[in-house]
Design a protein. Structure first.
Length: 179
């Protein structure tokens, strides 16, 4: 913004406005602000507030994988069928779930029903979904994965609801541990 334009702004706005380079310097911790400031075509459109989030202080969500009573893991069986590129995208979504927890929203995740959520992964026109639920405030449990046609089938959500009930009854028994 040029100095002449700064003079036309009301005094509080002019004092609060920061050049993108200064913004990046002041908010090095915040990925959102740094990513915004790094764009060459940065044009401020709102002068209300700057959101500062120190993601290092936000507790991570524990991501557990559901295990059936026979020891099998529906998610891992599904996951192993896919090529490396799909597995990489799924892994990135799981990492985002670990970082963001309950705060993860569309387009990466969505609420379905009965406490069941989906992680959304698309690659090459194929829509992969990973169904999960929360156990307490700091744990997300991965139920299973599927490929979605038009919408997530109701029976798949019902499977996840049943797994949620079994997990809540005995979390230790239904948590996958690598050998």
């Amino acid at each position: 913004m040029n100095p002449a334009a700064m003079k036309r702004l009301p005094a509080p706005v002019a004092r609060e406005f920061l050049h993108p380079d200064a913004l990046a310097d002041r908010h090095r911790d915040c990925d959102v602000i740094c990513g915004l400031a790094a764009r060459k075509s940065f044009t401020p459109t709102c002068n209300f507030a700057i959101l500062r989030i120190n993601w290092g202080l936000v507790p991570k969500t524990r991501v557990a994988i559901y295990r059936e009573e026979d020891g099998s893991c529906p998610f891992l069986e599904w996951f192993d069928e896919w090529p490396a590129k799909v597995q990489d995208k799924c892994y990135l979504r799981l990492e985002r779930l670990r970082e963001m927890g309950h705060e993860l929203r569309r387009p990466e995740a969505d609420f379905l029903r009965d406490g069941i959520y989906e992680l959304r992964v698309s690659l090459g026109g194929i829509h992969h979904r990973i169904l999960y639920f929360f156990h307490g405030a700091m744990a997300a449990v991965i139920s299973h994965g599927l490929v979605k046609e038009r919408m997530v089938p109701s029976k798949e959500i019902d499977h996840a609801v049943e797994r949620k009930k079994r997990f809540e009854a005995n979390p230790v028994k239904h948590t996958y541990e690598e050998a």
